[in-house]
Design a protein around this ligand. Sequence first.
Ligand code: F6R
Length: 365
Amino acid sequence: AKGGFPHFMLKEIFEQPEVLRNTMRGRLLTAEGNAKLAGLDTNIKELRNINRIIITACGTSYYAGMVGEYMIEDLAGVPVEVEYASEFRYRNPIIKPGTLVIAISQSGETADTLAALREAQQKGATALAICNGVGSTIARTSDGGVYLHAGPEIGVASTKAFTSQVTVLAMIALLLGRQRRLSFETGADIVKDLLELPDLVTETLKLSDSIAEIAKTLCKANNFLYLGRHFCYPVAMEGALKLKEISYIHAEGYPAAEMKHGPIALIDENMPVVVIAPKDSLFDKIISNIREIKARGGKVIAVTTEDCHPLDEIADHIITVPKTRPMLMPILACIPLQLLAYHIAVLRGNDVDQPRNLAKSVTVE
Ligand code: F6R
């Protein structure tokens, strides 16, 4: 059942090229520079007129939603908020005409996410779902939506569902963008970049052995910090969650520049800091964040792209992933963090697929 892999989690990490192909199959229109999502066909006219989006989810699905927020605002210019389902459902949220709610859930059975979706509908919003579980309660309750087609995810720590969710959100952002201000040319470029992703994920997975080596130097740490900016800020959050879940090491994700507003006090030679630092318009900013960490003796593990000088001279470990457009970098940048959490958990002798205290789907609140 594990296809020759020692754990479902590793199998699912390595399935990601195929998963992304399945998530995108038949949904990208190269000649039109657009996406076509059959599950949104009945909502397509309404989508043209919405003026606000609330994304609601829990855990890893919430972090995918954070990437979605940045992508949709960037491509479509529609304001987006992301809210924990457990908060949304109990705080009497404001839903006005023109507000669209999108619930994201791998299982489609998470109690809080289902309740948030129902709350939105009761307040008159159209509520879409992004789910993996076919025929799941959230999928059936929603007013439309998009399936991941990621196949069953058995490992409790979510991996392939995250990259698939971000891919679906990219396609939704593309579609909403093309209904509004996004040009054919940019749309066509995004389609091309999306279609190239599976091969780039295959490239990225080749890093597994070298990440296992890095894991050996880090597996005894008691605390980790994960930092990222812009599209890779949610990746920092997701990387920290993966480590907590399966290695039981305390980890926190932060927007890189927030570090100096508090967490920098934690940094010493025992504190590994994982920094997601692709070569993009914010590269110089993140380099100065990294210098601040090094000046305090912190150990820096940088996930970056080619031509990362001067990072190669500053960081203790460099993990180089292929480059894609910034909005799609989360899909490549999260993979080394999945692998790092995995290898550290294995070295610590933990039950990777069934970590303590966790269930695959949280059907009680
Ligand atoms: C993280 C993880 C959880 C889930 C969360 C939401 O690895 O597994 O944080 O992401 O419980 O689950 P779904 O997406 O099924 O609603």
